[in-house]
Design a protein around this ligand. Structure first.
Ligand SMILES: CC(C)(COP(=O)(O)OP(=O)(O)OC[C@H]1O[C@@H](n2cnc3c(N)ncnc32)[C@H](O)[C@@H]1OP(=O)(O)O)[C@@H](O)C(=O)NCCC(=O)NCCS
Length: 153
């Protein structure tokens, strides 16, 4: 008996019609989620915003800002039921290609020190810690610092 082939992940520019659904997933993933308004503002600002679908279903999404030769990754998320099977890597590779296409030579991001999965994921993809922003994120008690990471593209 042959194995069932994995459905193919496709990357589609996020549209206003995706915002409600994406924000619902966001609220299930993060303790301090982006709101629908944050996603709508990103679209209005022209940020590079993507949904990843497979078999027509939402698998993940990402938002990235590009400016001159720098890209800034603002959000990358895969639906929890689909973690650890290469989808986040495929989405990130897609963003690398898009950023290079915009002329970016370096990508930056912030991650919570408490987000061990995120930190391991970024380290696996060549991001190195370049600094810290104090009190960057809201947290349960007060604020949490952000680790700033970067890699060449
Ligand atoms: C971070 C995230 C996008 C990774 O997506 P994913 O599809 O699970 O990632 P991949 O399967 O492509 O993982 C690639 C590698 O990253 C590392 N990694 C990913 N998740 C990890 C975890 N939970 N613990 C340790 N390492 C992890 C591993 O090296 C992994 O390779 P391996 O599975 O062969 O060991 C996903 O965990 C997610 O959506 N998390 C919630 C949102 C978030 O924290 N986003 C990023 C910070 S803003």
């Amino acid at each position: 008996m042959s194995a069932v082939p994995a459905p193919r992940l496709v990357f589609v520019p996020m549209g206003m019609e995706d915002v409600e659904r994406v924000a619902r997933e966001e609220a299930a993933i993060y303790a301090f989620p982006w709101t629908p308004g944050n996603f709508a503002d990103s679209l209005a600002a022209g940020y590079s915003s993507w949904v990843a679908r497979e078999a027509g279903q939402l698998a993940g999404y990402a938002v990235m800002m590009t400016a001159i030769d720098e890209a800034h990754l603002l959000n990358i998320s895969i639906l929890p039921a689909l973690h650890r099977r290469g989808r986040g890597s495929a989405l990130l590779d897609h963003l690398f290609a898009v950023a290079r296409g915009h002329g970016a030579t370096r990508m930056f991001l912030e991650v919570r020190p408490s987000n061990e999965a995120g930190r391991a994921f970024y380290a696996r993809h060549g991001f190195a810690r370049i600094g810290e922003r104090r009190g960057y994120y809201p947290a349960g008690h007060g604020r949490e610092n952000a680790i700033v990471m970067a890699r060449d593209l």
